[in-house]
Design a protein around this ligand. Structure first.
Ligand code: AMP
Length: 438
């Protein structure tokens, strides 16, 4: 299969060729014809599968070949859970749409609303937004969604996880009933199925090989090690193997900061990326990591979600995630687009139950390794994992009505109004804008 066979116009094929791609990924090969045909789509696909181009390309084609239903209003709305993903999706819109006269903007929290307002007032065809900030603009009548022809929900399960479902429902209520809707999600818990049932009309379902197929390309190993020795072991692994680009996951923002500082002091250049960092700091850290100025990027789950880093060679779970599915999301950051990668987990006695849950989800045991000098002390007893989040086993995402695991990245509930309460994608501080167009 070649991109030329998908019925895309020459301007898009040129942009694809500029990227050096000639073969569509499986999700692209399946999704593009469905979207071009005007059908609603429910796609089971994760980051790393090429899903962004899977919806961006046909959307650009549809917009550029048919007249706008209404003048001057956004025609496409793409909702994403995080700022990073919104910025990356909008970047894809620019990349693939560079030979077409369509305008786009990214609207997300944590940056000033003013440049976003300017972009909105200047007229935008494709709006990529996180729900909280979009609602802020809508509340101020800065945007009008009555001209939306195509609506995309990207990473719907992650939105659910982050507590965005009420906001999403509010947004959906503001867009026309008559529209094409595309829903992308890695998993389909009950709430997502219910949302899809209300939103999608006679949808075509598309599923790419489940993540486990990708997981096959990834070498996974577990080092059993005491909690107090994890940092030294990580340092040794990085130094012994001369790893130059390592994404390290911690469970908390505080843990990410502490680890990053210690690695930096030990001479391993490192930065932390999480929801409390300003957008500028995050963007800088990611750019430095991509350009190999930084050896290590320490991230929390939600901050790492949607990071577009090609062919990341090493992922380290400094701490196992509380939710087994997040393990799969994390290690999916390596071994992308067909390249192989390595995912290492440092597991202390407190985390044995989490490891068991992960292996059950993977339906296979993970190779265990020991590092001489770092063997665990058998006299150390397991303790509940801090934050009170992990006393006993956590239920998988979406399974528990009260969802203890919901606001993993949010600060404790503040007294601010909910929409400014500080989850990612809805910050209100005043750094510079993510609005952009082409
Ligand atoms: P996504 O799942 O949309 O985040 O895309 C994952 C990565 O795959 C991105 O870095 C894309 O640039 C890359 N990619 C997208 N489409 C293709 C393709 N057809 N061939 C090779 N790489 C691709």
């Amino acid at each position: 299969m070649h991109f030329n066979n998908l019925g895309l116009r020459a301007e898009l094929l040129r942009a694809i060729a500029d990227q050096g791609y000639d073969t569509p990924t499986p999700i692209q090969a399946q999704a593009i014809p469905v979207v071009l045909a005007g059908r609603d789509l429910m796609a089971a696909a994760q980051t790393g599968t090429g899903k962004t181009a899977g919806f961006t390309l046909p959307i650009l084609q549809l917009l550029s070949t048919r007249p706008a239903a209404s003048r001057g209003k956004p025609r496409v709305l793409i909702l994403t859970p995080t700022r990073e993903l919104a910025a990356q999706v909008e970047q894809s819109v620019c990349t693939y749409g560079k030979h077409l006269p369509l305008k786009s903007a990214a609207i997300f929290g944590g940056v000033s609303m003013v440049p976003q307002l300017k972009a909105l007032k200047g007229g935008v065809d494709i709006l990529v937004a996180t729900p909280g900030r979009l609602l802020d603009h809508l509340g101020q009548r800065n945007a009008d969604l009555s001209g939306i022809e195509i609506f995309v929900l990207d990473e719907a399960d992650r939105m659910l996880d982050m507590g965005f479902m009420p906001d999403i429902r509010k947004v959906i209520a503001l867009i026309p009933k008559q529209k094409q809707s595309l829903l992308f999600s890695a998993t389909f818990p009950e709430e997502i199925r219910a949302l899809a049932a209300g939103l999608l009309r006679n949808p075509q379902t598309v599923e790419v090989a489940p993540r486990n197929a990708t997981v096959d390309l990834i070498t996974q190993a577990v080092y059993h090690v005491d909690k107090a020795k994890k940092r030294d072991l990580l340092q040794k692994l990085i130094e012994d193997h001369s790893w130059h680009q390592v994404l390290v996951f911690t469970r908390t923002k505080h843990g990410a900061n502490a680890l990053s500082e210690k690695l930096d002091k030990a001479g391993i250049s490192s930065a932390a990326i999480h929801g409390n960092k300003s957008q500028g700091a995050r963007t800088r850290a990611l750019a430095d990591f991509k350009s190999l100025k930084l050896n290590v990027l320490v991230a929390t789950d939600i901050a790492a979600r949607g990071l577009d880093i090609d062919q990341l060679p090493h992922v380290v779970n400094y701490e196992l995630p509380n939710v087994p599915e997040d393990y799969v999301h994390r290690i999916g950051r390596t071994g992308r687009a067909g390249s192989s990668g390595e995912a290492i987990s440092l597991v202390c006695v407190d985390e044995h139950a989490l490891l068991r849950d992960i292996e059950r989800l993977l339906k296979q045991p993970i190779e265990k390794r020991l590092m001489p000098g770092f063997e665990p002390d058998p006299s150390i007893r397991a303790e509940p994992i801090e934050n009170g989040r992990n006393k006993g086993r956590q239920a998988p995402r979406g399974a528990v009505p009260g969802r203890q695991n919901k606001p993993r990245q949010r600060p404790p509930q503040s007294t601010k109004p909910a929409r400014n309460g500080g989850g990612q994608g809805r910050g209100t501080s005043s750094r510079h804008s993510g609005a952009g167009h082409h």
